[in-house]
Design a binder for this molecule. Structure first.
Ligand SMILES: *[C@@H]1O[C@H](CO)[C@@H](O)[C@H](O)[C@H]1NC(C)=O
Ligand SMILES: *[C@@H]1O[C@H](CO)[C@@H](O)[C@H](O)[C@H]1NC(C)=O
Length: 320
């Protein structure tokens, strides 16, 4: 009974211990820059590309040399024009009519990111391989083009979704299914089906790419995510969250070991009970008259058994 209850208690604790604490926004790459800091840097670079910007024309920005390989652009739009006409094509993005921003601004700037070979650094996704670079679409207020550290606007496609056409997609390994991946600004990750022609769709701003599950045998995704988060945090060093992450891993390990021990105890107990039942059955069978006769036919020891076992039978016959 006791074994059973503690086993159940452990079982109910396990999901807590192994719950995914995966937030790519908090995973700093080797540069020490988080993906959110990168967003701010790229907003600044993109806005600097504007001198006398025409609306609806993309301008390419310069990224710092330390971020070589990332491409950024900016396009200024009247919000009324975005809503009623959309944008036929802005790099890989196709913006339909009916997209509105929140809060309302008269002019907005759509900043485009192509993270190129930095995709995995800023958006690490354990267990998955990128087949295309991570692309970003980030809307900002276009009221002050010298402003920096602007908050993103929230855009929503109300009619049709925004489409992302990925032109150069690596071929997926045989038998694996490529998926669209979406990162929102808070670091949460969502997967979606890949549409025909390497197209992903979205109704809001964020970062997008195409991934495929890695073939490499990896631990359970949740465990891997926790491990990755902890590893990244250790790299970051010094914060209290490190200890809690490490604690979570240690607790999971200890929990796992305990679970194993409990399981083996249970198995042993079940076996013992079964064995006991078998012996009882044998004894019971041996005591009954019929088995005695069957057993005595074959073996050389049969007469002995008959000698010892007949007595109780006779006694039994005596009593009634
Ligand atoms: C990406 O490629 C550029 C050269 O095109 C290089 O300077 C940069 O270090 C690379 N970044 C990463 C993360 O490998
Ligand atoms: C635009 O932003 C810059 C930098 O934050 C600030 O110095 C400037 O006063 C702002 N201009 C307007 C018109 O708000």
């Amino acid at each position: 009974m006791r074994v059973g209850t503690s086993f159940l208690a452990l079982l109910s604790l396990l999901p807590l211990l192994l719950s995914p604490q995966f937030s790519s926004a908090q995973l700093p790459p080797d540069t020490g820059i988080s993906s959110r800091t990168l967003d701010a840097i790229l907003q600044d670079c993109a806005f600097k590309a504007f001198l006398r910007p025409k609306t609806g024309v993309p301008y390419g920005g310069q990224v710092p040399r330390s971020l070589n390989g990332i491409r950024v652009s900016a396009m200024r739009l009247r919000s009324g024009s975005l809503r009623t006409r959309g944008v036929e094509r802005y790099k890989e993005f196709q913006i339909p009519i009916g997209v509105v921003e929140q809060p309302y601004v008269e002019r907005l700037v759509l900043v485009y990111h192509n993270l190129g070979n930095w995709s995995e650094k800023f958006y690490p996704l354990p267990g998955y391989t990128y087949l295309a670079p991570v692309l970003g679409l980030m809307p900002y207020s276009g009221a002050n083009l010298s402003a920096s550290e602007l908050p993103e606007l929230d855009i929503r496609a109300s009619d049709k979704p925004i489409l992302i056409n990925f032109p150069h997609v690596k071929s997926a390994p045989l038998g694996s299914v490529p998926k669209c991946v979406y990162f929102d600004l808070h670091g949460s990750v969502q997967f979606d089906i890949l549409l025909h022609g390497n197209v992903c769709s979205t109704v809001q701003q964020g970062h997008f790419s195409i991934v495929v599950e890695s073939n490499a045998p990896s631990p359970a995704p949740a465990a891997a995510a926790v491990a990755a988060a902890a590893a990244a945090d250790v790299r970051k060093s010094g914060s209290g969250r490190n200890k809690s992450k490490v604690w979570v891993i240690v607790a999971s390990l200890v929990g796992g070991c305990l679970l194993l021990i409990m399981l083996s105890l249970l198995v042993a107990k079940v076996r013992r009970t079964k064995k006991g039942m078998k012996i009882q059955q044998l004894e019971w069978a041996a005591e009954s008259n019929e088995t005695l006769q069957i057993a005595s036919i074959g073996g050389t020891k049969a007469p002995l058994a008959v000698g010892t076992r007949t007595r109780p039978t006779i006694e039994n016959d005596y009593i009634p």
